[in-house]
Write a protein that binds this ligand. Structure first.
Ligand SMILES: Nc1ncnc2c1ncn2[C@@H]1O[C@H](COP(=O)(O)OP(=O)(O)OP(=O)(O)O)[C@@H](O)[C@H]1O
Length: 594
């Protein structure tokens, strides 16, 4: 998924802009430690260059001279080099990873906060899986690169450069002969690594596809069971897992050629040292110590070279991931007022007014067209109309889940845009169709309405919502887990937990969307009682398909095609004998209505 996006995406930043942004936003706060670690990478690479020289010294000078003290002295130096190297590695491995981890933690927290900040319009168009993959997978890859990228670049360049320089100073002829394998190794490795990365990219795409399928299927497992489509779904799933396996095996095939192949190329260099170096030594043109030193350098040539070749792909992944990151983190939320902000002095009374409101979710369809309506504090306003008329869209504008395009929504005479979002939403409770419960205990789900609520308050709210009784019948009472999305509760129980949550919030404005749908008559009565208790002391907007529940509303607004067609109380609208009356009669004439 993520990589498909890469291909379709138009690049919005240049590489240098990305680097500057990444540095300014995230790296700069760790700059001292980060550059300290990079310096140690240089030190570490230089240290690796020393032992072959010590070896040469021992073989060429100390041993022929029979100088035991010098041998032990040189061994002592080698020991010190190894010790310092171990300490340097310990520091760079730990702190390099720590800094990368902390940078990525900061990025992850920021991106999550950004997702919370972005409006529903953004979320409507995004798959949960895609956002999760940006927060989890992309940033995991970034974290690896933040540490290993500079390590490979700096460490490998110093090590390879230092090796070549030392070899040249030891013997130019042998250097030229032994390094002839390097261009071949480079081309061989580059070709295979490119192919390998292509296969890995395909593997990631296949994995994203697999995740999408899995997410959809597990969420819709009830439908799969109900339609007995397990076999065909299994077949589709198997195709995806097979595809994933095939791409992965292709990548592994390349790896299985790359590593032995590159060792073989490297071995060519070693053989050249032994043969040409052996020849030079036999003819007295070279010391044995030099051959041993060359041997040592060649042994450690292959790995940094491969790391360097891999770097280009790592670097382009890094740019792709940081760009995807900033693409989202730079989006400006269309709900612009801060989430925080100072609350007003007066609590909201609940006078709500829509003034010539126009709204659409996207360019394709006008959803609300010139809506004007008004409620006095504590009134109950019922929104009625055919499916898709725009009722839910109207109530979503009150807590500013979406922004009106034209006109305004006013609460107590003040535009919702002029409230801090937190104050506004703290004053409104929504009980929506099939409300979302978090995978937590009943208690936690109720207290979501008022964090820090006391046990008494929670129980009181549950009682008012006619939920206390069934909760106490649970094995674990208020500690009962409700399962993912509350699926371990019945529909009617879920609605009453959601109502208890609203009771506890004690809002100035209440929004009820189909709060009594899909339950039996007895449960509906319990819910209706709770609803009446809840609505009596606050402004309430209620959307109900069963019109019996709203005949007593102070005002009924009949909505059709995103417009207010009629408004008044039940009797007035029945007298009018228009659309509402027709709607009402149709419902009460139908056998399902009773
Ligand atoms: N998040 C969304 N993104 C895009 N379009 C949407 C979204 N939500 C609703 N719509 C569209 O807006 C229109 C009005 O939908 P809305 O949910 O407000 O109607 P409704 O009267 O509440 O319907 P119902 O009674 O069936 O719930 C419909 O055409 C619907 O397809």
């Amino acid at each position: 998924m993520s990589n498909k996006d890469d291909k379709e995406r138009e690049y919005s930043y240049t590489y240098s802009q990305l680097l500057k942004k990444f540095y300014a936003h995230y790296l700069s706060r760790y700059k001292k430690e980060f550059f300290g670690v990079q310096f140690l990478h240089i030190v570490g690479a230089v240290l690796v260059l020393i032992p072959p020289l010590i070896m040469r010294e021992i073989i060429d000078d100390a041993i022929p001279a029979g100088n035991v003290n010098r041998i032990f002295g040189l061994v002592g130096i080698a020991l010190a080099v190894f010790l310092v190297d171990a300490i340097v590695k310990n520091i760079t491995i730990f702190h390099g990873h720590r800094i990368a981890q902390e940078i990525v933690r900061d990025m992850r927290d920021d991106l999550y906060q950004q997702y919370q900040r972005l409006s529903m319009k953004f979320h409507d168009n995004k798959k949960t899986g895609e956002l999760m993959s940006r927060i989890v997978d992309d940033l995991n890859k970034l974290q690896e690169f933040i540490h290993h990228g500079p390590e490979a670049m700096i460490g490998s360049v110093v090590l390879l450069g230092g090796t070549v320089i030392i070899m040249l100073t030891l013997d130019v002829r042998l250097t030229l002969v032994t390094l002839t394998f390097v261009p071949f190794l480079f081309i061989f490795a580059k070709k295979l690594i490119d192919k390998m990365h292509k296969a890995f990219r395909k593997t990631r795409e296949a994995k994203a596809d697999l995740n999408d399928r899995l997410e959809d299927n597990l969420a819709g497992i009830k439908v799969i069971k109900a339609f007995a489509s397990e076999d065909s779904e299994l077949e589709r799933f198997r195709m995806k897992t097979q595809q994933h396996t095939d791409y992965r095996l292709t990548a592994i095939r390349y790896i299985s050629i790359l590593f032995p192949g590159s060792r073989l190329f490297n071995a060519m260099g070693v053989l050249a040292v032994l043969s040409y170096g052996g020849y030079l030594s036999a003819t007295g043109a070279m010391t044995v110590g030099t051959i041993v030193a060359f041997y040592g350098y060649l042994q450690q040539f292959r790995e940094p070279l491969l790391r360097l070749v891999t770097m280009s792909e790592g670097l382009s992944d890094f740019f792709a991931n940081t760009e995807r990151y900033f693409d989202h983190s730079d989006l400006s939320p269309d709900i612009t007022k801060t989430i925080g902000g100072k609350p007003g002095k007066e609590p909201i009374k609940g006078r709500v007014e829509f003034k010539d409101v126009h709204f659409s979710y996207n360019d394709d369809e006008v959803v609300l067209n010139n809506i004007s309506l008004k409620s006095e504090p504590k009134e109950t306003i019922a929104l009625v109309g055919p499916s898709g008329a725009g009722k839910t869209s109207i109530v979503r504008l009150i807590p500013r889940l979406y922004e009106v395009e034209d006109g305004g929504v006013l609460i107590d005479g003040k535009d919702v845009k002029d409230y801090s979002v937190r104050e506004l939403r703290n004053s409104i409770a929504m009980v929506m169709q099939d409300d979302y419960l978090f995978s937590d205990s009943v208690r936690q789900n109720i207290s979501y309405g008022k964090p820090g609520a006391s046990e008494e308050e929670i129980i009181e709210a549950a009682k008012a919502a006619n939920a206390h009784e069934f909760i106490t019948e649970f094995k674990h009472g208020y500690d009962q887990q409700v399962g993912q999305r509350g699926l371990m509760l019945s529909g009617g129980q879920r609605q009453r937990v959601a109502l208890a949550r609203a009771f506890l919030k004690d809002p100035g404005i209440l929004i009820l969307d189909e709060a009594t749908s899909a339950v039996d008559l007895e449960t509906e009565k319990l819910i209706q009682d709770a609803v009446e208790r809840l609505t009596s002391s606050r402004t309430t907007f209620v959307i109900a398909h069963r019109l019996s529940t709203i005949v007593n509303a102070d005002k009924i607004i009949f909505i059709e095609d995103g417009q207010v067609k009629e408004q008044g109380n039940h009797n007035e609208l029945m007298d009018l004998d228009g659309e509402y009356a027709r709607f009402y009669k149709m419902q009460f004439d139908s056998p399902a209505a009773s």
